[in-house]
Ligand binder design. Structure first.
Ligand SMILES: Cc1cc2nc3c(=O)[nH]c(=O)nc-3n(C[C@H](O)[C@H](O)[C@H](O)COP(=O)(O)OP(=O)(O)OC[C@H]3O[C@@H](n4cnc5c(N)ncnc54)[C@H](O)[C@@H]3O)c2cc1C
Length: 447
């Protein structure tokens, strides 16, 4: 194998890391420390040719393939024991076409790369809320963030992509020549090829009224109800997320992160959120969109994580009380419950434009267990599963593919798309990856 790796190295513009290389340990690390896998080789590709070479090498040596963008997928799809990782971390260029209002991001760009390049021109695409997350991984699975109500899911703004298929062919996905493939990439994940370049529509935006509002103790229940009511009445110029946690003193805590892009300096919706008695810290102000993107900024590779989510049609009082109750169920801080609003622009796009489903949902609610000690794995995983099971009666479809672990049954993935879209995706999978070479993802098996 070592001799073969030398030959592989010689045929690449990028490089190869094997277990004895000093950079290997860092390069195999995922955001989620629950994942601890040791690939046979990590190929840090520099271009589409490198990707095709790496895929061909893996096929020739019967190595399982994983594709790595930002390394954030909670299921650890970017890592594989004894297999080959197609690592895109050297492909992070982002170009902005000011006249066409488009951004072209290489397949390994992160949201920090993307936002820095687009914000330098006063432009934006709705992305994820954590800068180190991969643009491609997030966009191909959907994409919910601080600008969802304004501009839709990230994938709704994807207008073209260049892929290297498992057979090594370079394929362009766009509305003119391959509309069906573009439709599939809007939610269908990394099932059809390795994206070398993704093109996104841009919107003018420099500053927002945003930041975080922190609530504690008994005020949390009222604050969550106010969050729900404000969200229901708001216009498309307000996106809002809420995150429930438990303090070290075992009392509930809540962060509401609004992102308002209208012209009012004191919008009614923010006044309502600020007037809740349990507010303990008010960090909302007009600031640069880049600062909004730092409101949630966890460290990379420090926690163990297990997530499970449900799309819900409503957030009734009974469910709010249940969520607060669940925070205390473990007797120690279990992680968080994230509530992401799906109101606004996502409803303007449909199943005809994108593969992803769940547009009828009001919120995505995710039980996100996080902890550090391996001895606590079982308890925290059970907490996330039990919490998700308790939310299930309100669920409208399967969970969010981008937050899924790798133990989700195929039925839940199918439900996330709906049976008709799933059939279409399977048909395309048979065309672009008939042998299911790219299966380390929320997999759509070929027919
Ligand atoms: C801290 C954190 C914050 C997050 N925040 C958000 C958020 O705000 N909104 C949201 O919607 N999601 C969010 N996510 C979820 C995230 O969108 C998914 O986990 C996504 O898969 C991460 O992409 P990645 O490239 O970073 O991950 P990786 O683990 O590197 O990749 C995951 C999978 O994506 C596919 N993939 C990645 N790059 C390519 C490519 N170039 N071509 C083809 N396939 C590719 C592959 O199947 C790969 O296995 C977050 C996750 C974390 C851990």
């Amino acid at each position: 194998m070592i001799g073969n790796l030398t030959r592989l190295r010689d045929s690449l513009t990028g490089d190869v890391l094997a277990p004895f290389d000093p950079e290997y340990e860092r390069a195999r690390l995922c955001f989620n420390l629950l994942i601890d896998r040791r690939p046979a080789a990590i190929v840090r590709c520099a271009n589409a040719g490198d990707i095709a070479t790496a895929l061909a090498f893996a096929r020739e040596h019967d190595l399982e393939i994983a594709v790595r963008g930002g390394g954030h997928n909670p299921a650890g799809h970017c890592a594989v024991d004894d297999g080959l990782v197609v690592d895109l971390s050297r492909m992070r260029r982002v170009e902005v076409d000011l006249d066409a209002r488009l951004a072209r991001a290489e397949g390994g760009a992160t949201w920090l790369d993307f936002d820095a390049a687009t914000q330098a021109r006063g432009l934006v695409t709705p992305g994820g809320v954590v800068g180190s997350t991969g643009v491609a991984g997030l966009a191909l699975g959907g994409g919910i963030g601080h600008l969802t109500a304004q501009y839709g899911f990230t994938c709704d703004n994807l207008v073209a992509a260049e892929l290297v298929t498992p057979a090594g062919e370079v394929v362009l996905a766009n509305d003119e020549v391959t509309p069906e493939l573009l439709w599939a990439l809007r939610g269908g994940g990394g099932n059809f090829g390795v994206a070398t370049r993704l093109t996104f529509r841009l919107h003018p935006l420099s500053t927002v009224m945003g930041g975080r509002l922190d609530y504690a103790g008994d005020g949390v229940g009222v604050a969550l109800r106010t969050f729900r009511d404000v969200d229901a009445e708001a216009g498309d110029d307000l996106s809002c997320q809420a995150q429930l946690t438990l303090s070290e003193a075992l009392t509930p805590a809540l962060v509401v992160a609004p992102c308002y892009t209208g012209s009012d300096e004191d919008p009614e919706e923010l006044r309502a959120l600020r007037s809740v008695p349990g507010l303990v810290s008010d960090g909302v102000r007009r600031h640069a969109f880049l600062d909004q993107q730092r409101v949630f900024d966890p460290g990379y590779g420090i926690d163990r994580n297990y997530w499970k989510s449900h799309f819900v049609r409503e957030l009734p009082d009974e469910l709010i009380d249940l969520l607060i109750d669940r925070m205390g169920a473990l007797g120690r801080p279990p992680g968080a419950i994230l509530i992401e609003s799906l109101r606004g622009a996502p409803k303007r796009f449909g199943r005809d434009t994108a593969a992803l489903g769940y547009r009828e949902a009001a919120f995505n609610i995710s039980a996100m267990a996080s902890w550090t000690a391996p001895a606590l794995d079982d308890e925290h995983i059970a907490w996330a599963r039990d919490t998700a099971a308790a939310i299930e009666p309100w669920s409208v479809s399967g969970g969010y593919a981008n937050y899924m672990q790798d133990d989700e049954p195929l039925d839940r993935i199918r439900a996330a798309f709906g049976p008709e879209s799933f059939d279409r995706l399977q048909f395309l999978k048979s065309r672009y990856d008939p042998d299911n070479i790219l299966h380390r993802n929320q997999n759509i098996p070929p027919r």
